[in-house]
Design a protein around this ligand. Structure first.
Ligand code: AMP
Length: 442
């Protein structure tokens, strides 16, 4: 299948050609026809699957071909949990809409609001926003959503995790009830299912078979090491294995800052981003990282969420996240759009229980390894191979949770891998939340 087969406007096809997209990804093949047909959609997909184009292309096509309820009065709204994701989605939508007579605006907090108000005055067709900034703008009567035709909730699970449910409900109260609603989420717990039940009418359920997702190409490595030697090991890995670039997740702002300082002392070009840094500083570091001018970026979970950085080969969990869902989101930062990647987790003895919980959640045992010169002191917590070997007693496999609408998730946990097959690939998504949320910022 090609994009031409999907019936999209030639102006959109031109933009896609210019971006070098040739074949629609699985989620695009499923979502584009449903959205063109004006169906509500409940999409199970993580970042890295091409979901942004999956919803944005048909949405733009419909805006172009519909006459529209209002002239330049926000006809489509895309809500995202974080500023970084808003900026990234906004940049994608801008590039898709490049040859269309539609105005696109991205708004998020942490920067002055006046330019947003000025831009809205001129008239905007497509608005990408974080919930907080959108509410500020609504309160200041800088826009109305009464003419809205399409609402997209992107990374809805993240929005709920970040406590945006009240904001979302307040925003919903300002929208016309007759509209198309698209909700995307990487995981589905009861809260998401309830929200989906409230917002979507007879939605088309779209799930990506993990065997086809780009995240599937991610190789997962669990490296056992003593806690106090993690920094030294990380520095050695980056240098010995000649990593071009790495995104490191750290649990707190303090750890992120300290680690960035220490890696810089080791001669690695490193910066840290987290909620205490100004938006300007965060954007600048991201931009440098994107351009390949910065080798290592250390980020807290929230600051790094939804990042789309091309050809990112290495994502490192300096500590395992407390929530297995966050693990899946983090791992989704690499192996994007057909490229392979490695997700490396540095796990110390104290994290054994978290590792076990993660394996139970994903329904697969992850092979562990030790790196020469960095073997943990004392008795090993589990068997390892020079390369890597699965644990002896793999955790029981869980049944995947069903998304709202009743249809069970179609992605059973993976079967044990055959001899010689690559181990540690990213397995299923969408399981109930098992543990607490990361205690990070924002
Ligand atoms: P997303 O999951 O929407 O964050 O997209 C992940 C990455 O894949 C982005 O860098 C997109 O530009 C890229 N992408 C999306 N669709 C395609 C496609 N059909 N072919 C190649 N790259 C794509």
């Amino acid at each position: 299948m090609t994009f031409h087969d999907l019936g999209l406007s030639p102006h959109l096809l031109r933009a896609i050609d210019e971006l070098g997209y040739t074949t629609p990804t699985p989620i695009q093949q499923a979502a584009i026809p449903a959205i063109l047909a004006k169906r509500d959609v409940l999409g199970g997909a993580q970042t890295g699957t091409g979901k942004t184009a999956g919803f944005a292309l048909p949405m733009l096509h419909n805006l172009l071909t519909n006459h529209g309820r209002g002239q330049r009065q926000v006809r489509a709204l895309i809500l995202t949990p974080t500023r970084e994701l808003a900026a990234q989605v906004g940049a994608h939508v801008d590039s898709y809409a490049k040859h269309l007579p539609l105005r696109v605006l991205t708004v998020y907090g942490g920067v002055i609001i006046k330019p947003d108000i000025e831009a809205l005055k001129k008239g905007i067709d497509v608005l990408i926003a974080t919930p907080g900034r959108l509410l500020d703008l609504l309160t200041q009567q800088a826009l109305t959503l009464q003419k809205l035709e399409v609402l997209v909730l992107d990374e809805a699970d993240r929005m709920l995790d970040m406590g945006f449910i009240r904001d979302i409900r307040r925003i919903m109260n300002t929208l016309p009830s007759e509209r198309q609603t698209l909700l995307f989420s990487a995981t589905f717990n009861d809260e998401i299912k309830t929200l989906a039940g409230e917002l979507l009418i007879n939605p088309e359920l779209i799930e990506v078979d993990p065997a086809n997702t780009t995240a599937e190409k991610v190789r997962q490595r669990i490296i056992q090491v003593d806690r106090e030697r993690k920094r030294e090991l990380l520095s050695a890995l980056i240098q010995r294995e000649q990593w071009q670039q790495a995104l490191i997740f750290a649990r707190t702002r303090h750890i992120a800052d300290r680690l960035a300082r220490q890696l810089a002392q080791d001669g690695l070009d490193t910066q840290a981003i987290h909620g205490e840094k100004s938006q300007g500083v965060r954007n600048q570091a991201l931009e440098q990282f994107r351009k390949g001018e910065l080798r290592v970026l250390v980020a807290t979970d929230v600051a790094a969420r939804g990042l789309d950085i091309d050809q990112l080969e290495h994502v490192v969990n300096f500590e395992l996240p407390q929530s297995p869902e966050d693990y899946i989101h983090r791992v989704g930062r690499t192996g994007r759009a057909g490229r392979g990647g490695q997700a490396v987790s540095l796990v110390c003895r104290e994290e054994a229980a978290q590792l076990k919980a993660l394996e139970t959640f994903i329904g697969e045992s992850l092979p562990t390894e030790v790196v020469e010169g960095f073997a943990p002191s004392g008795r090993p917590t589990r068997q390892t191979l020079p390369g890597s070997k699965p644990v002896q007693n793999p955790p029981k496999k869980k049944k995947a949770a069903a998304p709202a609408g009743g249809k069970p998730a179609q992605n059973p946990p993976k079967k044990k891998k055959a001899e010689g097959q690559e181990v540690g690939m990213l397995p299923v998504r969408r399981q109930p939340r098992a543990l607490l949320q990361d205690d990070d910022d924002e």
